[in-house]
Design a protein around this ligand. Structure first.
Ligand SMILES: [Zn+2]
Length: 158
């Protein structure tokens, strides 16, 4: 696959963008699409309301954002955070960006609903315990789709 003039050996993030472009993604994987960003629910989270903002262009580092991508990002973070508060009743939202996973070397921001009653040992960076955790069940597709529908409605009101 060639994106942005670069040869990619494997970028699962780009594969998921192509699936959205083809109209084949489940609702939870295409909650909201802007010119430069896709909003999705994480597929490997056991915490409901773990959202991901994905750059629609393959870039590996935040420094590679162009002006239009950067301009859209700030307001989007605020809008999605407000929608998450409204839909989940969360206490605050967390924001993290690494793009270090071998399957996802592509700029994506984790935007996570942190509930008031989440235990102290899962707060801050430790919230990543909810990703790929074999001891906790993943949020199922029906629950993610329900959240997606309510988030879409909340985003439309903003
Ligand atoms: Zn990519």
């Amino acid at each position: 696959m060639t994106t942005n003039g670069r040869e990619l050996t494997a970028c699962k993030t780009c594969e998921l963008i192509a699936r959205r472009d083809a109209g084949d993604a489940p609702m939870w994987d295409a909650i909201h699409r802007t010119d430069h960003w896709d909003l999705v629910h994480a597929y490997n989270s056991s915490l409901p309301g773990w959202l991901v903002l994905v750059a629609r262009r393959h870039i590996a580092a935040l420094a590679d954002l162009n002006a239009a991508e950067a301009a859209e990002l700030g307001p989007l973070i605020q809008k999605v955070s407000a929608a998450l508060h409204e839909v989940t009743g969360c206490h605050k939202t967390y924001l993290a960006q690494f793009a270090e996973h071998p399957d996802h070397p592509h700029v994506h921001l984790h935007l996570v609903a942190r509930r008031l009653d989440d235990p102290p040992e899962t707060r801050g960076p430790a919230v990543f315990a909810y990703i790929d955790d074999a001891t906790r069940p993943l949020v199922d597709g029906a629950r993610m789709n329900d959240l997606a529908r309510r988030l879409q409605a909340a985003l439309q009101r903003r």
